[in-house]
Design a protein around this ligand. Structure first.
Ligand SMILES: [Cu+2]
Length: 503
């Protein structure tokens, strides 16, 4: 059989039907649950994104990125038109250390404008690469900033308003790893591509002619595909030559929510979340990740052993039809880890990973509420000329993010790392511990997050907060906030003058 999914699986996928939503006005795609558990032939060695070449001059590390068109082969005999950074699909892994200055030279060689956002990075608004930093075809953008944060697995991706889903789906995404001098980093598996493995997990639907499905057959959450790509590899296997391996998992999908574990339910240790190492490792068997979220896990693989990373069903708290359409009932094999005949012993995961101070809710300077409903936040659709929220630099803020909708969403805040202090009125699950920048909100759920706003001020240029399900984001489920000097909060602008171009 030449295809990686079984014939039965494909028939199930092909049986997708469009049905009416509860409001009766919008069609969405639903289908029976998909399972590939135990059905895949692991044919392809996992591709590891190359480390981007850097030019180092003094304390500055310079990278060059070009967004370009290309083509890729995911299924035998089929050519898929794709986009990539410095290549055909995805982009190289950027890597820099805390305290270094980075200088990026980004050229847009795509046939349309794009923007390049540094997800999870703390940096001035002008460097953030949001919708206001749109880069025209043929133009070059050169953001520069100093890395002021701890070791973390961040990523970069397009952020042009209304086009993010399409640009990411075509292939634009890459890792940005930050290192620091925390000795735990050296005790954890840290040899890139050997025992320290970046995994960007994405789903696609590949049409008969090889093209990605981009603008049709969406679930209520957005595009949900039946083919899993890991670093752009279908049915990937990873030879493991060490007794433990560190997986830096990024949900780089448009809408799919994964519930990662292993096929044999083996335990692993979670060592990091979105924005850095946890205080101490957390032993578990599942880690759910919604679009944009990351987790780093360390898992043991014995000599000669095979272990399959799998995504399990989970309750998205949606109707059965909508939940199935969103993939909530799917069981998907992701990656096979293949222990070599002999493996080199790894160091034990340190009992203490990183200094971590819980922010004090009682000491918050400001509290705000954000209600997610439909495709809006606080009853408003994204307007690039409107500043929704003005915050004081350095303030400690508590944001209550309430998903009042009968559908799942999530919430990402730019230029911030936050702690989730409450989930549905309760202490959050252990995997929500640590510094996050994106939090999942199943239907009708509420998260309370706390963060210290950064010290970069710009009264005229906003950062974004938004649902990271890319179709929702494109439809305007996004708001804008500026960070200003504390004594300018009341007088700072609430509107942005837009040039003709930006409209
Ligand atoms: Cu959403």
């Amino acid at each position: 059989m030449s295809l990686h999914l079984s014939r039965r699986t494909l028939l199930i996928a092909a049986a997708s039907t469009a049905v009416l939503s509860s409001t009766g006005c919008t069609a969405f795609s639903t289908r029976d649950p998909l399972t590939t558990a135990g059905k895949l032939s692991w044919r392809n060695p996992l591709q590891i994104p190359p480390l981007a070449e850097a030019t180092v001059s003094g304390n500055t590390r310079a990278f060059t990125l070009t967004a370009q068109t290309g083509s890729s082969t995911f299924l035998p005999g089929k050519t898929t038109p794709t986009w990539g950074y410095n290549g055909n699909f995805l982009g190289p892994t950027l890597r820099a250390s805390a305290g270094e200055k980075v200088a990026i030279t980004f050229t847009n060689s795509l046939p349309e404008p794009t923007a390049l956002h540094w997800h999870g990075m703390q940096l001035p608004a002008a460097m953030d690469g949001g919708p206001h930093q749109l880069i025209d075809t043929g133009a070059t953008w050169s953001p520069t900033w100093t890395i002021t944060q701890d070791a973390a697995t961040l990523w970069y991706h397009p952020h042009p308003h209304g086009q993010t889903e399409a640009h990411v789906t075509r292939g634009l995404a890459g890792f940005f790893l930050i290192d620091d001098d925390n000795p735990a980093g050296e005790q954890l598996p840290h040899e890139y591509g050997v025992d320290d493995i970046p995994l960007v997990v994405q789903d696609r639907t590949i049409e008969k002619d090889g093209t990605f499905t981009i603008d049709k057959n969406r679930a209520v959450t957005g595009l949900v595909g039946n083919t899993i790509l890991v670093n752009g590899t279908v049915t990937p296997y990873l030879p493991v030559t060490t007794s433990t391996v560190r997986l830096r998992i990024l949900n780089g999908s448009s809408a799919r929510i994964y519930n990662f574990g292993f096929a044999d339910d083996r335990e692993f240790q979670q060592v990091a979340t979105d924005n850095g190492l946890l205080a101490k490792p957390l032993t578990g068997t599942r880690i759910p990740l919604s679009p944009g979220e990351r987790a780093e896990i360390v898992v043991a693989v014995a000599a000669g052993e095979k272990a399959v990373l799998r995504s399990y069903p989970q309750d998205l708290r949606m109707t059965i039809a909508q939940g199935n359409g969103a993939g909530g009932a799917d069981t998907l094999d992701i990656l096979e880890l293949r222990g070599a005949a002999t493996v080199v012993p790894s160091l034990a995961v340190p009992a203490a990973l990183a200094a971590y101070t819980r922010l004090d809710r009682e000491a918050a300077d400001e509290t705000r509420g954000f209600e997610l409903n439909g495709r809006q936040i606080n009853g408003k659709t994204m307007d690039m000329s409107r500043i929704d929220t003005v915050v004081a630099a350095g303030a400690c803020e508590v944001w209550t993010v309430k998903n009042s909708h009968a559908q799942a969403h999530n919430f990402h805040v730019h230029n911030a790392r936050f702690q989730v202090i409450e989930m549905d009125g309760k202490q959050p699950e252990g995997y929500l511990d640590g510094w996050k920048d994106t939090v999942f909100l199943p239907a009708r759920s509420t998260a309370v997050i706390i963060m210290k706003m950064s010290s970069y001020t710009d009264p005229n240029l906003p950062y974004m907060y938004h649902c990271h399900m890319l179709w929702h984001e494109d439809l305007g489920m996004m708001g804008q906030f500026t960070i200003v000097k504390p004594d300018e909060v009341d007088t700072a602008p609430r509107t942005i003058e837009m040039s003709e171009h930006e409209h």
